[in-house]
Each structure stands twice: as C-alpha cells, then as structure tokens.
Design a protein around this ligand. Structure first.
Ligand code: T46
Length: 131
C-alpha cells in the first residue's frame, strides 16, 4: 500500500518555528474542516471506520500516535511523531489510531464538513465495498 507522508515546510527563525498548511503546500485538497483529538486516555484505540469520499491530512502537532491503514488487502502502521509530517488518508481506507502519547494532539484537516453518512463503520461491509 502506498503511504502518503508529506514533509511540511517549516519557517524557522531565531524565535522558533511556524508551519502553514494550505492547498498546494502540503495538501492537494480544499480544507473545509479542522478538528483535533487530545487528552486521549491510556490504551485507547479510535477510528475503526473508513470514509466513502472524505480525504484527510493528519498531523501530530504535539506528541505521537500510530495509525493503522488498511485498504482491504494490506495493512500498514504509520508512526506520527512530528509536527512537520502529515499523513494523507484517501477515501476507502480503514483507519485505527492508537498508542497515543499522553501529550498527543492529533490535528486533522478534512476536505468536507462532518457527515455521518460518509462513514463505513462495519469492517465486513468495508471489505465487501473495496473488492
Ligand atoms: C477520522 C479519524 C482520524 C463531530 O461532531 N464532528 C466532527 O467533525 C467529528 C470528526 C466528530 N464529531 C463527533 C462524532 C462523535 O460523536 O465527535 C464524536 C467522536 O467522533 P468519532 O468517534 O468519529 O472519532 P474517531 O476518533 O473515531 O474518528 C475521527 C473522525 O471521526 C474520522 O473522520 O478519520 O478521527
């Protein structure tokens, strides 16, 4: 499976660092929604779904977590541990997020507003649909 990890451009100076994410600089899609996951309790695993259409970019702006990606045939685990790395997740990829560090802030940029009907939350149904 192709893992799309984007190296984000950093504006470094004597004050510190700044990263700007915008269309064509880090991501190819329009950003319609931003959300972030933080204060994740020990041992928690989140996600367990795929999206029919939604594309997203995941960035751990602080701390680290792992993301399991599954296209119905192959699975890969990606470690996100830097605010300079963005993981693009295309549609029809099953994802699970786990091993969150206590300080992890996982920011997600999405190309669409929240729509529960875009979720596939049943793994068997997901595997059937990607066949
Ligand atoms: C994804 C992974 C990476 C909203 O009301 N608006 C939103 O934009 C989102 C994302 C969630 N919610 C509500 C729906 C649930 O009642 O927040 C609650 C928790 O959402 P969920 O259980 O879907 O969270 P995760 O961590 O399992 O998945 C989330 C995203 O939903 C999903 O699109 O790809 O993060």
């Amino acid at each position: 499976m192709k893992i799309d990890l984007v190296q984000l451009s950093i504006h470094d100076d004597q004050r510190g660092s700044l990263i700007a994410i915008e269309k064509n600089n880090g991501i190819k899609f329009d950003i319609k929604r931003v959300y972030y996951i933080y204060d994740t309790k020990k041992g928690v695993r989140r996600g367990f779904h795929a999206h029919k259409k939604l594309k997203q970019l995941l960035v751990t702006v602080k701390g680290s977590c792992k993301v399991l990606l599954d296209n119905g045939k192959n699975k890969e685990v990606v470690l996100l541990n830097s605010p300079t790395k963005g993981l693009v997740i295309e549609s029809m990829i099953w994802r699970e997020m786990f091993d969150f560090s206590e300080d992890c802030v996982l920011m997600v940029l999405a190309d669409h507003i929240y729509d529960e009907s875009d979720y596939i939350r049943d793994y068997e149904k997901f595997v059937e649909e990607v066949k």
